[in-house]
Design a protein around this ligand. Structure first.
Ligand code: C2E
Ligand code: CA
Ligand code: CA
Ligand code: CA
Length: 275
């Protein structure tokens, strides 16, 4: 039994070693990936709950690794954050998302995700404002999505950065609301214009009635702070009707479209203006 135990330990450590090697390889590859143009953005439609019309997109990053193929963001974003690459990667996302926004007519908006590692940078508002100016895009055409994790560090510095972004007219959405560290205390600071209900609540709402209560409270909370609410992860007509009836303003999910290439998203926009 003792030997077997040792065997297991050995096996685990070999596996751990492999995982570490793999991570180091990914990190090295990640360092070169921007210059090698291996990233692109995809755009997932957001529709109005009222009339199901397209109102904009969420930009999501994709890494097409030359050997591995598509590496999921939840795999490489944490690596980029830990090895100090998130600033650079985030700057690329901001530039490309605003470039896409510039190519689309009002009132199409584009939401993009901002890592907590980018918020600590006091120069973020300047970076955003310069990109907006370069592409002649009004601040209110874009929306930055942050998670509750942004308040883990220096909360007052985070608030300051968010306020300076708001002053550019940029929208700030609190993403994955309810899944992370509670930041209800920050809601009254008037920096957020939207709460995004995490897809896990939305998809389980049918089978778990307690989720309905959570969603109702989120909608109420949003109303009392004059914020709008987006339900994400809406996959079925039932999900859609439930979220609409609970008072969500905008809807995102596979039911209305998967994340699309720029070209496909553009076709959707053109279809809208032809209506
Ligand atoms: P998120 O910001 O919560 O994005 C929503 C995720 O849910 C996306 O996964 C999207 O493809 C997926 N999704 C959308 N609708 C549905 C649906 O109906 N059903 C299901 N099952 N999933 C749906 P994705 O693109 O893999 O991104 C995962 C996470 O990676 C994002 O979660 C976000 O936290 C992060 N991420 C993605 N792009 C960026 C980026 O450019 N910058 C940063 N900092 N993070 C990003
Ligand atoms: Ca998001
Ligand atoms: Ca989300
Ligand atoms: Ca999420």
């Amino acid at each position: 039994a003792k030997d077997a135990g040792r065997g297991v330990a050995k096996y685990f450590s070999a596996e751990l070693q492999n995982e570490q090697d793999d991570r180091i390889r990914l990190e090295t590859d990640l360092r070169n990936a921007i210059a090698a143009k291996q990233f692109h953005l995809v755009f997932q439609p957001l529709v109005s709950a009222k009339n199901q019309k397209l109102i904009g997109f969420e930009a999501l990053i994709r890494w097409n690794h030359p050997q591995r193929g598509l590496v999921p963001p939840p795999v490489f974003i944490p690596i980029a954050e830990e090895c100090g690459l998130m600033m650079q990667l985030g700057e690329w996302v901001i530039e490309e998302a605003i470039r896409a926004t510039a190519s689309w007519p009002e009132p199409i908006t584009v939401a993009l995700n901002i890592s907590p590692k980018q918020i600590v940078l006091p120069s973020l508002p300047n970076m955003v404002s310069q990109a907006l100016a370069r592409h002649k895009v009004a601040g209110n055409r874009i929306e930055l999505e942050v998670t509750e994790g942004v308040f883990l560090g220096d909360g007052s510095q985070t608030l300051d950065v968010l306020k300076r972004l708001r002053a550019l007219g940029v929208g700030i959405a609190l993403d994955d609301f309810g899944t992370g560290y509670s930041s209800i205390g920050y809601l009254n600071k008037a920096v957020f214009h939207k709460l995004k209900i995490d897809g896990s609540f939305v998809r389980e709402a049918g089978s778990r009635p307690e989720n309905i209560a959570i969603i109702q409270s989120i909608v109420q909370l949003a109303r009392s702070f004059r914020m709008t609410v987006t339900a994400e992860g809406v996959e079925t007509a039932e999900d859609f009707e439930r979220m609409r009836d609970l008072g969500c303003d905008t809807i995102q999910g596979y039911l209305f479209g998967r994340p699309l290439s720029y070209e496909r998203a553009n076709q959707m926009v053109l279809g809208l203006s032809a209506q």
